[in-house]
Design a protein around this ligand. Structure first.
Ligand SMILES: [Zn+2]
Length: 253
């Protein structure tokens, strides 16, 4: 029952995230006007705007012009709902879980915006760093000191890599957005988690990059955004960070 409530709530918030993902890169208001069809511009009625349900009833098409609605909308809504359920399952009820739910939604939003536009908006990552530090100092087990070190280490490591990569690879590999994103992860979860995040992101990014090159889906030198990999790494660090650190350091004892 409680999982159903959290799923429902997560899907509703997820619906708001789809609006943010669509509008923040375009620098338009996320509150008004009401959502409209991207094809015929007809305002969408409330009963056609129910997350997932309306998509199924309308069979993925606009009521007015039959334009195909992108399945990403229900995918984003559902993944946010499932993410909230996983957080409840892992961390139980409490303020800690509320903060993790916000953190999860922010990562989901950043992932899609970076995928679409190859940018991570400062209006998300910079307030995220502040919220992360405040939460770490109050309700999270991270603690204030670890959070501050997390910002410095997370941002610093990527800043150094961005600085050195033109010398090593002859091209710019990382953007300032990635630096601020990993600083935000450090603010919420601490410096160990920031390093775990970077490690996971690098490994998964390298493997997927090689697969895409081998199957010629990606041309050599084509840019892949790093933000989605960092977000994936951060979610794994959130759920399994402690186990991963234990495993890693346990090997040296
Ligand atoms: Zn339409």
């Amino acid at each position: 029952m409680e999982y159903g409530v959290v799923l429902f709530f997560g899907v509703i918030i997820g619906s708001f995230l789809t609006v943010c993902i669509h509008r923040i890169p375009r620098e338009t208001s996320i509150v008004s006007p009401r959502s409209a069809c991207v094809s015929c511009n007809q305002t969408i009625c409330w009963y056609d705007n129910i997350p997932i349900v309306s998509f199924l009833i309308l069979r993925g098409r606009c009521r007015y012009c039959q334009f195909a609605i992108r399945p990403r909308y229900p995918i984003i809504e559902l993944s946010n709902g499932l993410g909230y359920m996983a957080i409840l399952w892992r961390f139980g009820w409490g303020w800690e879980s509320v903060v993790y739910a916000i953190f999860f939604s922010v990562l989901l939003t950043i992932t899609w915006i970076d995928w679409d536009y190859q940018i991570i908006p400062d209006v998300i990552s910079l307030p995220g760093i502040v919220v992360g530090m405040v939460a770490a100092a109050t309700v999270l087990p991270t603690g204030m000191m670890n959070s501050i070190i997390g910002v410095v280490v997370g941002g610093g490591v990527l800043w150094f890599m961005a600085w050195i990569s033109p010398f090593l690879f002859g091209k710019e590999g990382l953007g300032g957005g990635d630096i601020k994103l990993l600083a935000m992860v450090g603010a919420f979860l601490g410096w160990q988690a920031a390093l775990t995040t970077l490690m996971v992101a690098s490994i998964v990014g390298a493997v997927i990059g090689i697969v895409l090159l081998v199957f010629k889906i990606l041309k050599s030198g084509q840019y892949i955004p790093f933000g989605p990999y960092l977000a994936l790494g951060a979610i794994l660090a959130l759920f399994y960070g402690a186990e991963m650190m234990d495993w890693y350091f346990g090997r040296f004892q």
